[in-house]
Ligand binder design. Structure first.
Ligand code: SF4
Length: 293
């Protein structure tokens, strides 16, 4: 945590199951060390990210134009080439075009198509409101330090997309898994590290904190949210607190204090890495064999 850093995903894993965090991040057991024979959901997510990174890199820093997005969305050759490069870390093209893998490849293309359709829709809406959307950065490394007593803890994660909605900064995460709700009540904020149902909320606030620590001049309020690739009808699904999607400086500072306490617990050698009581979390866990769950 102090040298290699801890990612927002690792924090979410700790919130979900401390034992899983221990296996994955302290013992370094990989969930997928071997080459896959068939596609896994996170492989699909990684390949789709690669497409968005390739495409949006060329237009960072200037407002997105609807016609540009329409043009890119129609450029099947370019999209497929970028997608195949994304998949080629795991599969060569022969393996990719067969059986179940081909099905996932087609699903990925559909998700990308729906993402661009949503992008066009949100740009039209913003334009109607005299606003705009600017991609500021893609795949930006957010490395920031939170001091826990004398110990500096490095938060290290990659944000999928940083964007500006008019003048409001938005930190966007692309998720290819099942969609969920990212709403919090004010009183739930203090419980954010106590239950796996808040893991995604904690991840979004960690990105927001890491970004604003890295760029202290960032004007508040900001937004932090998710593009659910399986549910693009939601568009940019911003985290809300008491129904408000604007995150103030005070909220982020309060979250930083909560995170500091969590880090103190994680750094305490007396803290046991217990298995979660929530059997639901075990259903799709790759370590359930080790755990006998
Ligand atoms: S199977 Fe359950 S208890 Fe074991 S590591 Fe996974 S989530 Fe934790």
């Amino acid at each position: 945590m102090t040298v290699k850093g801890i990612s927002p995903t690792a924090i979410a894993t700790y919130v979900t199951c401390k034992y899983k965090y221990y296996l994955r991040y302290l013992l370094g057991l990989r969930e997928q060390d071997e080459i896959e024979e068939t596609m896994e959901a996170n492989t699909m997510g990684t390949a789709i990210h690669a497409v968005f990174e390739t495409v949006y890199k060329e237009v960072t820093g200037k407002p997105l134009e609807i016609n540009w997005v329409k043009q890119v969305a129609k450029d099947n050759k370019r999209i497929e080439e970028a997608l195949q490069i994304g998949f080629n870390k795991r599969f060569d093209n022969d393996a990719l075009m067969q059986g179940e893998n081909h099905l996932y490849y087609s699903i990925s293309l559909k998700m990308i198509e729906l993402f661009f359709n949503n992008e066009i829709h949100q740009l039209e809406e913003l334009k109607a409101n005299n606003s705009s959307l600017t991609v500021v950065a893609v795949e930006e490394l957010l490395d920031s330090t939170v001091q826990v007593g004398d110990v500096p803890v490095l938060i290290k994660g990659t944000s999928d997309r940083i964007e500006l909605e008019g003048n409001i900064l938005r930190i966007a995460d692309f998720k290819s898994g099942k969609s969920g709700k990212v709403e919090l009540k004010q009183e739930e904020l203090d419980l954010i590290f106590t239950d796996k149902k808040y893991a995604k909320h904690a991840q979004l606030l960690t990105y927001a904190l890491a970004y604003t620590l890295k760029y202290p001049e960032t004007p508040f309020p900001i937004k932090s949210g998710i593009y659910w690739l399986q549910d693009m009808a939601k568009g940019f699904d911003a985290l809300t607190i008491n129904g408000d999607d604007l995150l103030s400086k005070e909220m982020i500072q309060h979250f930083q204090e909560l995170l500091r306490s969590l880090f103190a617990e994680m750094l305490d050698p007396g803290t046991p890495f217990l298995k979660t009581d929530d059997r639901d979390a075990c259903r799709y866990c790759d370590f359930k064999g080790i755990c006998k769950r």
